[in-house]
Design a protein around this ligand. Sequence first.
Ligand SMILES: CC(C)(COP(=O)(O)OP(=O)(O)OC[C@H]1O[C@@H](n2cnc3c(N)ncnc32)[C@H](O)[C@@H]1OP(=O)(O)O)[C@@H](O)C(=O)NCCC(=O)NCCS
Length: 179
Amino acid sequence: MKLKSERLIIPEVEWDDLNDIFILESQPEVDEYNTLGIPKNIHVTREHLRPFIEDRKAEVRKKYCWTIRLGTSKKFIGLAGMTLTADRFKMGEIWYNLMPQYWTRGYATEATKKLIRFGFECLKLHRIEAGVATGNIRSIKVLEKVGMTNEGIRRKILPIRGYWVDNYHFAILEDDPWD
Ligand SMILES: CC(C)(COP(=O)(O)OP(=O)(O)OC[C@H]1O[C@@H](n2cnc3c(N)ncnc32)[C@H](O)[C@@H]1OP(=O)(O)O)[C@@H](O)C(=O)NCCC(=O)NCCS
């Protein structure tokens, strides 16, 4: 299940990606609005990764995780994922993290558009959601740029470094404009 865009390739994650993902999760800038926290060691990252790798063998897929790579060099620049709810809801939730040196070049927007297309075209979803801390301006911009709607605030729902943080709930429907 390899996705591709103009500048990026987005293959499903492999165990070989573990070290790159550990480095990504260890970046303080990436951790700023993340509830997982910085991993104490690579074994913590391995356990984050395990359910996604194991899901690849499942008869009915529920979890997807992709590395985001530059199309030219195949260099790892980030990670994205989608988790599906029970079948009858036809709904998935997406997320993404990029290495800071690759921020503000439109890569997250480009990758997220591909995730949305995959969700609606391949998985036949009805609705795709994303949550974002209210202070995470960059990610809010990404969600707006891909055509998601801010459906409101969920108060003090994110545990981030010892504080409860508010979250915006974004979603896009199969009938909304997306590309
Ligand atoms: C959120 C994240 C994935 C965005 O990646 P990205 O590749 O930089 O995103 P894009 O370049 O597609 O878009 C970012 C937008 O934010 C804007 N932006 C960047 N810094 C900004 C700032 N300080 N204030 C306002 N806007 C800002 C950019 O200008 C761009 O908008 P534009 O295209 O309208 O100019 C990246 O910052 C990241 O990995 N952050 C840490 C992890 C994270 O927060 N993940 C999301 C959890 S919900």
